[in-house]
Write a protein that binds this ligand. Structure first.
Ligand code: T4K
Length: 440
């Protein structure tokens, strides 16, 4: 697997490119744990002490001004208005409208329900073209609405829908294209809009990752028929759970509001079949409070992203995905690709090693939605998704967010560098230990 020479010398790695301290981190540095690994025995998979006392997470929630949130919840109690388009939801929606610059922002209980409502609001039928390299919820929302997801490959640089492949998948049953702005990187929106218009298809976006991001200078939330943000706990801005549907279409906005609220319009009697996808006031207060710290969250995420880039730049076989500086970005995810041809360990071997050190990196998204049980039998798409298949085997997300410090990142990068310098020895020792265990 590896072409890289293995260094015999112990890796007491000196850090290059010091990273300047930025905004506050909520976790103190734990000094009692050794910051470097000098021999294989130091690795936690071989019985050494883990590099971190407490686990480092990918999706640790960013939390803004907790006191202000608690004051708002007290106010909710005082006024005894807990749900059904309360004042905090109205404020949250207004703030998103201002941030995104769109005409309508509609708060919902979560983005999955938001996508389901989108399918209804757009009257979709038959097949919808969607990437497989995404969280299961994207495809589930279609399947839940009785639609067939048709899995499309993605572009290697952005991990987003490949427009050339989209065209090939259009059939007489296709009613829409659902793009995902994965990691907050915008899809090839203009190309997709052209294809949708040429073939008379609806276009909408799963923007779960993309609050605070832009495409050609315009905020995400303004494209396609509508876009759906997630405010889940692990997202850049969270409302515990939540979603926001943004659109510039007045009629569509009205329909979305009705669908999310049992079919009620302005009157006392439901006009259409609707569901209950309302966001309650505690969630709205949390979303609003966290939105007020958006600038700080971006600053911390951006600092962390650049720290990882600097620390991992010289590590052979590791690529940190690019976020173009000319666009707004939330830097919520630090996404690395482990190149199977150049790195001395596979992504999964590295993940096992990091997990033992209490670095809970994540394989988003493994094994690819087209390989999940509900879709495997119906689609059989693996052969036509070569980029997706490669990414599902090579992508790893590293811990970041306001609970991760630059010192943590230096330590994570040291671990990765040490592991890949000594990959062949690590693999050989692991194999011999497993073999010995199997014969006991
Ligand atoms: N479209 C896309 C592209 C998405 O990524 C998602 C959601 C959706 C649509 C649907 O949006 P929502 O309906 O959720 O609004 C997590 C999230 O649950 C999910 O929202 C998210 N994508 C996905 C990428 O990640 P899991 O199964 O990986 O979550 P879990 O519980 O393993 O947590 C991840 C990490 O975060 C762990 O290390 C623990 C940590 N964590 C998590 C929570 C909830 C905390 O430290 N505190 C917490 O409160 O799916």
């Amino acid at each position: 697997m590896s072409n890289s020479p293995e260094t015999a010398a112990p890796a007491n790695v000196a850090l290059s490119s010091p990273v300047t301290a930025g905004p506050r981190c909520e976790r103190p540095v734990d000094h009692q744990f050794p910051s470097t690994k000098s021999t294989l025995d130091d690795l936690a998979i071989f019985g050494g002490p883990p590099a971190f006392a407490e686990r480092l997470h990918v999706g640790r929630p960013n939390i803004g001004d907790a006191e202000r949130f608690i004051d708002r919840v007290r106010d909710v109690f005082d006024r005894r208005w807990l749900s059904n388009h309360g004042t905090y939801l109205a404020q949250l929606e207004e703030r998103v409208v201002t941030l995104v610059g769109c005409r309508h922002a509609i708060g919902v209980a979560n983005a999955t329900l938001g996508l389901q409502i989108a399918c209804r609001a757009l009257d979709l039928t038959g097949e919808v073209i969607v990437p497989s390299f995404t969280f299961a919820a994207t495809a589930h929302s279609l399947a839940w609405e009785g639609l067939q997801p048709v899995f499309c490959d993605v572009a290697p640089a952005t991990h987003n829908l490949d427009p050339a492949h989209v065209v090939k998948l259009i059939s007489p049953r296709t009613s829409a294209i659902l793009g995902v702005h994965l990691w907050g990187l915008p899809c090839a929106i203009d190309e997709l809009a052209g294809i949708a218009s040429d073939h008379n298809l609806k276009l909408f976006f799963d923007a779960a990752h993309a609050l605070g991001c832009s495409y050609r200078g315009q905020p995400i939330g303004n494209f396609g028929a509508l876009e759906v943000f997630s405010l889940h706990a692990t997202k850049f801005v969270n409302a515990f759970e939540g979603g926001i549907i943004c659109t510039n279409d007045d009629a569509l906005a009205r329909r979305v509001r009705m669908l999310a609220n049992f079919g009620y319009g302005e009157g006392e009697i439901p006009e259409i079949v609707g569901t209950n996808a309302k966001m309650h006031e505690a969630s709205a207060a949390m979303g609003l409070t966290n939105l007020e710290s958006l600038g700080e969250f971006v600053a911390v995420n951006r600092r962390n992203y650049h720290a990882y880039r600097a620390q991992l730049a010289s590590v052979d076989g590791v690529r940190v995905i690019d976020y173009p500086e000319r666009e707004d970005h939330n830097y919520q995810y630090v996404v690395v690709e482990i190149d199977g041809a150049r790195a001395t360990l596979t992504r999964d071997e590295l993940l096992e090693l990091l997990t033992a050190e209490k670095v809970l990196a994540r394989r988003y998204f493994f094994p690819g939605v087209h390989r999940l049980a509900p879709y495997r039998a119906t689609d059989g798409a693996a052969a036509r998704l070569p980029v997706t298949e490669r990414l599902c085997e090579s992508v790893l997300l590293l811990p970041t967010g306001t609970t991760v410090s630059v010192a943590d990142i230096q330590r994570v990068a040291e671990l990765i560098r040490f592991a890949l310098l000594h990959g062949a020895s690590i693999r050989a020792r692991r194999a011999s230990e497993m073999g010995a265990a199997a014969t006991i």
